[in-house]
Structure formats: structure tokens, C-alpha cells
Design a protein around this ligand. Structure first.
Ligand code: SF4
Length: 368
């Protein structure tokens, strides 16, 4: 496993939080920040759900959450948990009996929603006992859309204080029964509200915090909103696990989460493409070339930095600094490998040649 890039003291030290064991993945207490997503298949379709879990695992997902809205879904949990390569969290909104089914099925954790916990009132004691006996943490998930009307009225809307108070109130219901294996997610579509709510919680408790901007939107907008909010909090040492919510397949959400952590030096970098934006000196269609390189290297297993540069002004410099690079000009591409020019190829062979060289580097790096 490649070492984490040095953070050079840029980030504040991580907040001290309680450590939970989520099916073998530590969350909180200084553990590496994990990436999560949710499956979008019908949970009861076990094969499709497991296929999606395999895909998100390959993309770097550490923990997967699956919705359990029906008895069929609850019945499918044991088969999913038994074959999932990563811990499974059951996401339950209305039915306490599905919480018990999830615990029996061996789910790594259960997510419940405070907007609905009122319906669980008489069940909290039993949930606490059974989850405690099974070593299953509970995630308290607070969304602006499901806030208690009492808190909405008190705070005049789903403000950061209202979100934080709601989460802490729900925690207290479990604490009353001696259950404290809790983690908290307060989500809001507005990054500023989400940031502030998490800051309040970070001061008020030591439970691990799950960061997410909810309903962040399509890929472009959602990734920016998520990276902005999470980047600010993570730089302050706040956050133990993250989920990027995009209107995109779960694999794309995981990739975004992994990129956010890698950008901050909180996760080992995978393949990284350094490509120039282009300017009036461009001698190649850099946007198409960068996209073709990105597609060709999608899922490439070795952590390389690949430079894709549009002219000879900055091209050779950046290409030399990268593991692998191309500096384009006059219909040709000068190919660099670890600082040395190894070939000059026609433009239409650039991507192919980069991939060939990447495989060669991987082989030599992995040689005993
Ligand atoms: Fe412009 Fe060349 Fe820099 Fe690309 S590498 S931005 S084309 S100067």
C-alpha cells in the first residue's frame, strides 16, 4: 500500500472521537477516514445488490449502506451480509422490526432516523440491548427534511443548531439505556449549514461524525459542494467517515469521496491525472486528450501521476515531474517516463503509448 502523502501540518490534528468497530472497519478515534455509499439496487435483488457492492468496493468504498424498506429486503440481509466483501449498514426509517432483523442478519451497523424515532420510543430500550449485545453500532442520521416539528419551531427552521440538537437528543434516547456506540450524521443540502452543524457537534460530543452534503446534485455541482464542505471540516480535523451524495451511480460517489480524501493527504493516492487547462498556446485538443487518457486509465491499479500537457512551454517540466507524461506539439507527443524522454509518437498513438509505459512501470515497481 503506498504511503500517505505528507500533509506538512496543513490540516489541524484530528478531533478526538470515540472509536467504533463497524464490521471490522474502525471509525473514529483517529482511524483512517472511511468512504461510504449506498446501493441503488432493489435490496431484495441479492445478486444485483452484491454486484453493485463489488463495484463500489473496487472503487475504494470501505462501508456500504443498503436501504431496508420492506420485509423482502429484510429477508435478503443475511445473504447479502454473508457475501459482501465490505461491512453492510442497514438503513431503516420506519420499522423497528427491521432493526432487529438487521442485527440478526449480522449487519455491521444500523442507521435510524430521528424524525421517525418517536415511533420507536418504546423500542429504544430493546434496540439498545440487542445492538449492545451484538456489538452493532447505531448511526443517528439527521436530515433537514425529517426534523422534529418541535425543533423546527424552536429554531425557526432547519438551522445548524436545530440539526445538532436533534442529533444529540436522539443520542440521549440511547444513552438513557446505556448504549453509546453511536455515530452521527447531520446532513443538509447547503454546505454552510452542514459545516456549522458539524462544528457544533464536534464541540458538544465525542461521537464519530459522518460527513455528507445531502442531495448535493448532479456530478459537477454535487462534487464541488461536497468537496468544499468536507474539505473545510476535514481541514479542521472534523469528520471520521464520509459519503458523497450525487445523482450518479454509487461508484461515482465513491470515486469522488476517495478523491477528496486523497487531495487532502488523508488517503493514499491512486492514479492521478495532471492535465493542463489549455490556453492560446495549445497544440493539441487537450480536453479530448485528457478525457481519453482518463478513460483509458479508469481503474488502473498502480498509483501513478500522469501528466497530460498541451504544449512545450510547461509540458516538459510537468511531464518530467510526473511518473509518466506527455508534452504535445506539432501533431506529436513527447512521452516522458520518470523524468526521461522515452519516445516521440504521433498524436493518435499518445494514449496507447502512455498505457503501455504505465504497465511497464507497474511491472518494474512490483518486481521483487
Ligand atoms: Fe497553455 Fe501549454 Fe500551459 Fe497547457 S501547458 S496551459 S497549452 S502553456
Amino acid at each position: 500500500t503506498p504511503a500517505l502523502p505528507p500533509q506538512g501540518g496543513v490540516l489541524r490534528p484530528r478531533r478526538t472521537s470515540k472509536r467504533l468497530d463497524v464490521g471490522g472497519v474502525p471509525v473514529g478515534g483517529g482511524a483512517p477516514i472511511s468512504v461510504q455509499t449506498m446501493t441503488t439496487t432493489v435490496t431484495a435483488d441479492v445478486d444485483a445488490t452484491l454486484q453493485q457492492i463489488a463495484a463500489v468496493t473496487a472503487a475504494g468504498c470501505d462501508i456500504v449502506r443498503i436501504a431496508v424498506p420492506s420485509q423482502d429486503d429484510a429477508d435478503a440481509l443475511p445473504r447479502i451480509v454473508a457475501r459482501s466483501p465490505i461491512p453492510v449498514i442497514a438503513d431503516i426509517h420506519f420499522q423497528p422490526r427491521y432493526v432487529f432483523a438487521a442485527i440478526d442478519a449480522g449487519c455491521a451497523a444500523v442507521r435510524v432516523n430521528p424524525g421517525n424515532i418517536k415511533r420507536f420510543d418504546d423500542q429504544v430500550q430493546r434496540i439498545s440491548q440487542e445492538a449492545g449485545a451484538a456489538g452493532v453500532p447505531i448511526r443517528i442520521g439527521v436530515n433537514a427534511g425529517s426534523l422534529d416539528p418541535r425543533l423546527l419551531a424552536k429554531h425557526g427552521g432547519p438551522t445548524p443548531d436545530a440539526l445538532a440538537e436533534s442529533a444529540l437528543w436522539e443520542c440521549s434516547l440511547f444513552e438513557e439505556h446505556g448504549f453509546t456506540d453511536l455515530k452521527i450524521a447531520v446532513k443538509h443540502h447547503d454546505p454552510l449549514v452542514m459545516i456549522q452543524a458539524n462544528r457544533i457537534l464536534a464541540r458538544a460530543c465525542d461521537y464519530p461524525l459522518h460527513l455528507g452534503v445531502t442531495e448535493a446534485g448532479p456530478a459537477f455541482q454535487g462534487s464541488i459542494k461536497s468537496a468544499t464542505a468536507m474539505g473545510i471540516l476535514l481541514a479542521e480535523g472534523i469528520g471520521d467517515t464520509i459519503r458523497v451524495s450525487l445523482s450518479e451511480p454509487p461508484v461515482e460517489q465513491v470515486k469522488a469521496g476517495v478523491h477528496i480524501l486523497a487531495s487532502l493527504g488523508l488517503r493514499a493516492r491512486r492514479l492521478e491525472i495532471v492535465s493542463c487547462p489549455g490556453c492560446g498556446r495549445l497544440q493539441v485538443d487537450i480536453h479530448t486528450l485528457a478525457k481519453r487518457v482518463e478513460a483509458a486509465f479508469d481503474g488502473f491499479p498502480h498509483p501513478l501521476r500522469v501528466a497530460v500537457m498541451g504544449c512545450v512551454v510547461n509540458g516538459p517540466g510537468e511531464s518530467r515531474e510526473a511518473d509518466l507524461g506527455v508534452s504535445s506539439g506539432n501533431g506529436k507527443g513527447q512521452i516522458f517516463v520518470r523524468g526521461q524522454v522515452v519516445a516521440t509518437v504521433p498524436e493518435n498513438q499518445i494514449v496507447e503509448r502512455l498505457l503501455e509505459e504505465a504497465l511497464r512501470i507497474t511491472e518494474s515497481d512490483n518486481a521483487p
